[in-house]
Design a protein around this ligand. Sequence first.
Ligand code: PLP
Length: 317
Amino acid sequence: MVRCTYRNGRWGEVCLTSDFHISIHAAATALQYAQEAFEGLKAFRGVDGQVRIFRPEANARRLQDSARAMYMPPLPVEKFMEAITLCVEENSDYIPPYGTGATLYLRPIQIGVSPRVGVTSAEEFDFLCVATPIGPYFPAGFGTTPFIINRWIDRAAPYGTGQYKVGGNYASAFRATEPAHEQGLGVLFLDSTEHKYIDECGGANFFGVKDGVYVTPKSRCILPSITNRSLMTLCADLGIPHEERRIPVEELADMQEAASCGTGAAISPISKIIDPDYSKTYDFGIAPGSVCCKLYHALQDIQYGRAEDKHRWCVIV
Ligand code: PLP
């Protein structure tokens, strides 16, 4: 694990530790008021044996946005890059071999550590990054998952924290996602103002394919997914038109493919979306569609070093 502390108004040196336990005061603002932000990214062992971290600078900038939203000082991008690179280098024995689909997952977090029982911000902060090998998302091959719409639990509010990666967004969504997961379903959240438009999938963005066009929601409540941005760039490369706009739920009926996208799976195609309030099911088929397959392979080819990284997304360690 790597650690960097913010004391007396400045960030210190990046340090390495093999102890995953941290000691903080029980009244630390991270514990009392969820003054916290986090990130998630992966390092891939490529076909050529080289290790590639996918777009870490984008995660660095997103963590800065989340930190500012939580009234925390942003960690400089260079410090983030130094910490992430060191974390991957020092954990190189745990980067799974090429061909297994397994990767090294990196989980940077930033927390407020000053004790405060009065409702105020911390003055001292910690940045930490742990690493762990994780297995392939699709052990049985690229496949589809069913989803269910939840109109009764909002993930975030339009002028709240939906577009930031902060812990509270996830803990408060568990009451929707955990019961759904027990039934083998993913959750599709709608806009929290009208519950008419698609927002996102809780831990991933949503996209659909309508008459050959990649369509993804535009909303103040969704996390700007680095995977989704990358897929839109790949769409442009592959001549697939793409649109970012509000998507009314009923438009699902006109889509031939639907999927969630994020670091975890890259793309996770959706077999069907159940809308229990209207006793409706939108079907996309049990096999992943052709646009999902094309984009999935194009993205993974870059991440595993099988294709030219013409957008310079990967940082080789
Ligand atoms: N949306 C949410 C709420 C997420 O937690 C994530 C995962 O980080 C994503 C979308 C996908 O973002 P990314 O592609 O950067 O992993």
